[in-house]
Design a protein around this ligand. Structure first.
Ligand SMILES: *Cc1c(COP(=O)(O)O)cnc(C)c1O
Length: 219
């Protein structure tokens, strides 16, 4: 299947999940995850009307996207992978959203760059719902305090939460927990759901689904 045909299939599945959930499809943003794919693989997906893309590395995105964004001014680029504080400057300059806010040093660096560059990417706090040691994100029990600190100490406006459920577990409880934490903190956006489980995530309130291999193929 070509990427454009795959994109259509994903769009239809999103529309169906929204219908099943009784949600308006305009509430769900498809973030097409183009990591590891080159510009020539991305171009047809842009031509098919997709405008929101996700990358997990700052350096890779910097190499690939500025030219594509010059050619297509309305593209929105989301950083979905971990961010080192020393790359906050580049990240604020390049990305329209950052899904991986998860620690004080990063909050401090982001606040400084947002002020200096007068750019305010949409920010998501990543929650490590499975408490996996190898995974980034704040622990669920620390999320409320961390969110308060983002606002009170760093002056950061956080718009939502992001999670990546453990690969070997059913994702539903992780999506539900993330939604519950967002809800009690008054956060509007939920970045959750990937190729294998975006329909489940939409049923549990996802506003941003991050879909890579179902569009671009295996990596
Ligand atoms: C790679 C990646 C995705 C997309 O995964 P697929 O299974 O290919 O859809 C989503 N979120 C994050 C954080 C990723 O790194």
């Amino acid at each position: 299947m070509t990427a454009t045909a795959a994109l259509d299939t994903v769009r239809i599945a999103i529309a169906r999940a929204c219908k099943d959930a009784g949600r308006d499809p305009s509430e769900v943003t498809l973030v097409a995850v183009s990591k590891t794919f080159e510009a020539d693989a991305i171009e047809p997906v842009i031509a098919a009307g997709q405008r929101v893309f996700g990358e997990n590395r700052v350096q890779e995105a910097k190499a690939k996207w500025p030219a594509l964004m010059t050619a297509h001014a309305d593209i929105q680029l989301h950083l979905i992978g971990p961010l080192q504080s020393n790359k906050a400057k580049e990240a604020v300059a390049l990305f329209d959203a950052i899904h991986s806010v998860d620690r004080d040093s990063l909050c401090e660096a982001l606040a400084k760059e947002i002020a200096a560059q007068k750019r305010a990417p949409l920010l998501f706090v990543q929650v490590n719902t499975g408490a996996e040691p190898q995974k980034a994100g704040v622990l669920p029990e620390d999320a409320d305090a961390f969110l308060k600190k983002c606002a009170d100490v760093y002056g950061l406006r956080i718009s939502g939460l992001m999670c990546i459920p453990p690969a070997e577990e059913a994702p539903g409880p992780h999506f539900a927990l993330t939604a519950k934490i967002a809800n009690r903190n008054g956060l509007k956006f939920l970045s959750m759901g990937m190729s294998a489980d975006f329909a489940d995530a939409i049923l549990l309130g996802a506003t941003h689904v991050r879909v890579g291999s179902a569009i671009f193929g295996g990596r």
